[in-house]
Design a binder for this molecule. Structure first.
Ligand SMILES: [Zn+2]
Length: 130
């Protein structure tokens, strides 16, 4: 068990991850025939996509939404697996413990704030050049 997280904290995160995974699964399953779920999914997108990407057409937003949801779903599934392997909560890049408050906000994160910021800056440059 990661030393910086208590049993209670891990349990809380596990519940949150399971709930998020169920919600995403429902959305992905309902997506083919049900566009009424767009609004909630868009909230997810807006947390992770730059402003420029939000100016795109509805179809592009749909595609981004689907890809984002699938990526989130995969990340959540991996996070649950990491909990069982005991390396949950450690930064994938630098190995430092990820703060509990950060994990509570987004339990599937795999990087600490510093490494995540560095990666997002790289991705932001990539999307902004279009
Ligand atoms: Zn790191």
């Amino acid at each position: 068990m990661p030393s910086h997280l208590s049993t209670d904290q891990l349990a809380e995160l596990r519940v949150a991850l399971a709930a998020q995974r169920d919600e995403l699964k429902r959305q992905l399953e309902g997506q083919l025939g049900d566009v009424s779920r767009v609004e909630h999914a868009r909230e997810l997108i807006e947390k992770d996509v730059d402003d420029a990407a939000q100016q795109d057409s509805e179809r592009d937003i749909d595609q981004i939404r689907t890809e984002q949801m699938m990526a989130d779903f995969a990340a959540i599934t991996l996070a649950l697996e990491r909990m069982d392997r005991s390396d949950f909560g450690l930064c994938r890049d630098c190995g430092e413990p990820i703060e509990f408050l950060r994990l509570r906000a987004r339990p599937w994160v795999v990087s600490c704030v510093r490494c995540q910021t560095a990666r997002e800056q790289t991705q932001g440059r990539h999307t902004a050049t279009i």
